[in-house]
Design a protein around this ligand. Structure first.
Ligand SMILES: Nc1nc2c(c(=O)[nH]1)N[C@H]1C(S)=C(S)[C@@H](COP(=O)(O)O)O[C@H]1N2
Ligand SMILES: [Mo]
Length: 305
């Protein structure tokens, strides 16, 4: 529904020789790889490509970058924009491990470089009852997963955020169990709507939005879209995620957006789009039912919430 048609995806080379990159440095460099042979640059702008998708306006950048949930940097909505400044996202690496044939620790550049970046305008619906429309720059998680050759035992994919209380002051307090952990069933992880994002609004991801690498799963509540990922693990057993551990009656593993299953403490029937005054109806699977409902056929979504 929101996924761009292949014809809309930039065919442009994403990697240029460093010299070329420097010549064209008006473009935004994601990796100005010092001393390296190549640098990743984002697809050519202008961005966002469109300012609406499914007839819905993209949320202004200002809201998307100043009204955030990122508990590692504080629990107030304004905290991440202020405190995430101190996060150092250069020389970032990601460990891929568990049930796969090619585990390893890769520099972020090496993890991302093989993938063509696309713009995807997705609704993001927080379990708290607000939502935004964000133009992400990323690539399908499925493409990354395939590179590591998961074994037949790989039933789930688990993600972890950086743990570094020096840089992430929220981790000095036991608000949640750190590091933040999320997970997907393998078929959810391989679904074409599921992406890893490295940018938004045509720019490198702001720290408060999960730089340098975050998950985006648009049909699930926002908390599944884990930020600042340092570890990806394939495993046979369903993981216990951070929010399940914090409040198992309130947050389930699946966390599919579902207006028919209320949170124990509030209704999920409506949401407020940030920047708008009136509430709107929340849609089943956040409006992506056509694409994803088949993943849950036969499951009791009241039980598997
Ligand atoms: N590591 C980590 N990832 C996280 C969170 C968090 O606190 N820590 N908050 C989640 C929640 S509740 C939401 S709604 C989205 C918000 O993403 P945004 O700030 O980019 O809109 O990030 C999710 N990812
Ligand atoms: Mo959220």
């Amino acid at each position: 529904m929101s996924a761009p048609k292949p014809s809309e995806i930039t065919p442009e080379p994403l990697y240029r020789r460093r010299r070329e990159f420097l010549k064209q440095s008006i473009g935004i460099g994601l990796f100005a790889a010092t001393g390296k042979a190549s640098a990743l640059v984002l697809p050519r702008g202008p961005f966002p490509r469109r300012d609406e998708a499914d007839g819905e306006k993209v949320t202004p950048w200002k809201y998307a970058t100043t009204y955030n949930n990122f508990y590692e940097f504080g629990t107030d909505k304004e905290d991440p924009a202020e405190n995430a400044r101190r996060l150092r996202t250069d020389s970032w690496s990601v460990t891929v491990e568990g049930e796969c044939e090619r585990p390893g620790t890769l520099a972020l550049e090496d993890l991302v470089r093989p993938h063509a970046l696309e713009e995807r305008i997705y609704r993001l619906r927080c379990v708290e009852g607000w939502s935004m429309v964000i133009p992400w720059l990323g690539f399908p998680l499925a493409a990354l997963i395939k590179r590591f050759r998961p074994t037949s035992k790989a039933k789930y994919v688990v993600f972890e955020t950086l743990y570094d209380p020096e840089q992430m002051p929220g981790q000095r307090w036991p608000i949640l169990e750190w590091p933040y952990v999320e997970g997907l069933r393998m078929d959810e992880a391989l679904h074409p709507l599921t992406i890893l994002a490295v940018g938004m609004y045509g720019k490198v991801l702001p720290n408060q939005n999960g730089a340098p690498l975050r998950l985006v799963v648009p049909w699930k509540y926002g908390f599944k879209s884990i930020k600042s990922i340092v570890r990806i693990r394939f495993q046979e057993r369903q993981p216990v995620t951070t929010w399940m551990r914090a409040a198992p009656r309130e947050y389930g593993f699946y966390a599919n957006v579902n207006p028919h299953v209320d949170h124990p403490r509030w209704s999920q029937k409506k949401e407020r789009r940030i920047g708008e005054f009136f509430k709107r109806d929340t849609l089943m699977f956040n409006g992506y039912a056509e694409e994803v409902a088949h993943l849950y056929r036969g499951m009791d979504l009241g039980k598997y919430f």
